[in-house]
Design a protein around this ligand. Sequence first.
Ligand code: UDP
Length: 194
Amino acid sequence: LSTSSVLGLPVHLLTNYAGWLLDRLQQQQGTHVVTLNAEMAMQAESNEALAAIIRQAELVVPDGSGVVLYLQFHGNRVRRCPGIELAELLLRQSVTLEQSCPVFFYGGAPGVAQTAADRWQQQVPGLPIAGVQHGYLTIDEQPLLLQTLKDLQPHIILVGLGVPRQEFWIADHRHICPNAIWIGVGGSFDIWAG
Ligand code: UDP
C-alpha cells in the first residue's frame, strides 16, 4: 500500500478504500481499520501504545480534514475518507458478494446499536446482522461478549467505543476473529440510530 505519514503515523493512500476493504473481506484477510483524524494523531503523540496500534493497523484512512490538509500540503494526492462513510460503503457492498458476511455492532449506549442495526436492516434487507452489543459492559460481562464473538465469527465487526478505547479494544481482541474486518467507528451508531 502506498503510505504517507502524519506526526510519525502511517496513512495509506488509496483512491478506493472501500474497494480495497471489500477485497480483504472477500479473501477473509483479518484487517484493523483506523480512521485517523488530528485529535487521534495528537493523542498518539503522548500515548506510545496508541501509536503502536496505529502503526500495526493494516489500513489507516485519512478521516479528518486536518490530516488531509497536512498530507496535501506535503504533496500527496489524497481525499478525505470519513470512517462512517467507509463503514457504510463496506456494509452496502458486502451484500453484493457471493458469500454471506455477517456484521456485528459493538458500542454506544444501551439500545443505540440495536436501533442502528434495525435501521440498517430496513435500508439493506439482505444485510446479515450477526449480533449487537452496547458499549457499557462491566468487566464481568466482557467474557460473554468475547465468547459470543468467538462463536459467531462475524466477518465485519464495527466497534464504537470512542477514541482511543475502541483502538485498544480491537488490538486486544482481534485474535478472537482473526479473519474479520474490524473498524473503530466512534459515534457512528449514534448517527445511524438518529
Ligand atoms: N462509548 C461506549 N462505551 C464507553 C464510552 C463511549 O460505547 O465506555 C460510546 C459512546 O456511547 C459513543 C461513542 O462511544 O457512541 C463515542 O462517540 P464519540 O463521538 O465521542 O467518538 P469519537 O469518534 O469522538 O471518538
